[in-house]
Design a protein around this ligand. Sequence first.
Ligand code: COA
Length: 259
Amino acid sequence: MFQNLLIDYNGRIQHIIINRQSKLNALNKATLAELHTAIYDAFHNDRVGGIIITGAGEKAFVAGADISEFASFDSIKGEQLARNGQNLVFNQIENGNKPVIAAINGFALGGGLELALACHIRIASENAKMGLPEVGLGLIPGYGGTQRLAQLVGKGKALEIILTADMVTAHEALQIGLVNHVVSQQDLLARAEEIMSRILLRAPLAIEAAITAVNASMQTGADGYETEIENFAKCFNTDDFKEGVTAFLEKRKPHFKAE
Ligand code: COA
């Protein structure tokens, strides 16, 4: 089992709780490796419909990559750190076949905010504080933050957040579109589950196709419109499409099987 994660289930929703509270859930190598495994397993487990990622405790979602682990790195090791992390965890989440919601329950800094940015939807508690403080350490974000933040809030705001290294509050994050909703800490997981439950009523293969098509809108070199056409077409060959349309015509609720 995992040393740095807690796994919990509520029906078809899997919770992944990053559990290094004494280090504000900072992402060390071991935690990133476990995250990769946990997410891989969830994406390949038919009983899981969607994933909610949060941090243990009430103070932090994730306070960044573990600074103590890379303090003595040179540029070769730095490149490996960023490349492996992006491939194994951050891109894995973004390109996943199931929806992933970040429930940001406190500090989401550096790699912590980048983790939330890789998720498909972000919900924050009122006490959450978000930022990319890397330039204060003589670095820049390396887990996709320069790209995903700019995609989400626009280049101007992203540059302000990255260059000042200042934290934004949950309400500021809501205003600029960095998070989808802000709720009290006690309502955070319930709100994330409520949104996920609504997604899980829909056709799973269509959800996967929609994630793929929307992601293509942000990928350099990808033809997003073509990706949309291909994924739209693919849906017609699914049983879920037949069930969805039949249920509509028969005025009943659909029963999707991800087939
Ligand atoms: N990497 C490694 N350890 C971290 C960490 C990180 N990113 N963030 C927090 N910790 C550790 C602290 O070193 C401390 O450990 P210790 O008790 O063994 O000394 C523990 O978590 C608690 O953090 P502390 O700084 O004492 O809490 P605080 O309430 O005073 O401050 C923060 C909270 C989030 C403002 C502060 O921890 C911080 O600035 N963290 C680093 C954020 C960052 O730069 N992240 C980007 C990394 S690329």
